[in-house]
Design a protein around this ligand. Structure first.
Ligand code: PMP
Length: 369
């Protein structure tokens, strides 16, 4: 019997730790990859902007909810990513819903990776596009499906880094395939933005692609930037279409202006502090070396997402519970989030961790598995 999921009431502590029921745990479940969620400078920016703007935006962006703080953030994002224009959404889920329903309808063929994130699947269903799911990261499969399809309007959607696997998509090949087949490529870079590429520009930059190769990309601010919200960036034309048609923008209150300001500060820090990405990368390499020595069931990933494949749901839960006794928080991910029989421990590393934290994790895993 599957157990009911439960929320834990946590309080953040410094050093990649959280307090739970009065005890400190090392948190290996957070997507706060660069350790910025409690950063004093971002907190200060939020406070100062709240003094200026108050809390709520009061209306949707197209009514009166759009402020200079939102506009400046969008400009900063466009400049940083190299696209004409960027659009601010309240979160990544809403961005995916808004973008895909704006661009796809029943006259569109949509192609999704087999392991696409739930928000992309929900968005696709809502759009009523005809859709197919190609084999994970298989450009050959994608190509064969596209070549077989006469539909004029085609949209291909991939993540830059897959949220439950940690592996990277072959963006160069996907982009080439899309250009050849005249399909629009939409990249969800939730887990790459801020972490990968030059100054954290993300998966596209890490694979040396220009904006023409990836005409539309989104990312969330809830992960590497340590804040909340999301953006999509693209050409003037595409962004204007999304702004006009996205129901998640039109019919939803704009995010607080103070949050836009805090996000702008977070982005400035992400760009400037390369040491955070360097430290994270060094920790990932260290973890893979020691985990490999202990013959832990690693997946092929060189990103901050380092899942261990366990198999049975009950086993993954049991290991997660046993790790808690060692003061370590590691989430067990079960179906339907991952395929049946592929329950796993989703370990995420952040630049707030130290090598000693990883040593503790590896020792406890070696004892629990
Ligand atoms: N896309 C992917 C690939 C994600 O992993 C997530 C977050 N789990 C989202 C979109 C949604 O982003 P947000 O948390 O900002 O809603």
């Amino acid at each position: 019997m599957t157990r009911r999921r439960q929320r834990r009431t946590l309080k953040p502590l410094p050093g990649g730790r959280v307090e739970y029921k009065g005890r400190s745990f090392i948190n290996f479940c957070s997507n706060d990859y660069l350790g910025l969620a409690q950063d004093e400078r971002i907190v200060q920016a939020l406070k100062e902007a709240a003094d200026e703007y108050g809390v709520g935006s009061g209306a949707s962006q197209l009514i009166t909810g759009y402020s200079e703080a939102h506009e400046q953030l969008e400009q900063q994002l466009a400049d940083f990513t190299g696209y004409d224009r960027a659009l601010f959404f309240s979160n990544g889920y809403m961005a995916n819903l808004g973008v895909i329903t704006a661009l796809a309808d029943r006259h569109t063929s949509l192609y999704l990776d087999r392991l696409a994130h739930a928000s992309l699947i929900d968005a696709t269903r809502l759009s009523r596009a005809r859709y197919q799911r190609y084999a994970h990261n298989s450009v050959a499969d994608l190509m064969a499906r596209l070549a077989d399809d006469q539909q004029q309007r085609r949209l291909v959607v991939s993540e830059g880094v897959f949220s439950m696997e940690g592996d990277r998509a072959p963006l160069i090949d996907i982009a080439q395939c899309c250009q050849q087949q005249k399909a629009l490529f939409y990249l969800d870079d939730a887990h790459g933005f801020g972490v990968l590429g030059e100054q954290g520009r993300g998966s596209r930059s890490a694979q040396g692609l220009d904006t023409d190769a990836v005409p539309l990309q989104m990312a969330t601010f809830g992960k590497a930037l340590g804040v909340s919200g999301a953006f999509v960036a693209g050409s003037h034309e595409l962004i204007e279409t999304i702004l006009q048609r996205s129901r998640t923008l039109t019919y939803s209150t704009a995010p607080p202006p103070a949050l836009a300001r805090a996000t702008a500060t977070a982005l400035t820090i992400v760009i400037a502090e390369q040491w955070r990405r360097d430290k994270l990368e060094a920790l990932v390499q260290y973890w893979r070396r020691v985990a490999h020595e202990q013959e832990l069931p690693l997946l092929e990933s060189d990103t901050a997402i380092q899942p261990l494949l366990i198999g049975a749901d009950a086993d993954a839960l049991a290991v997660s519970e046993s790790l808690m006794e060692h003061g370590l928080l590691v989430s067990a991910i079960r179906p339907p989030t991952v395929p049946e029989g592929e329950a796993r421990l989703r370990i995420t590393l952040t630049s707030a961790h130290e090598q000693a934290d990883i040593d503790r994790l590896v020792q406890a895993l070696a004892a629990s598995l």
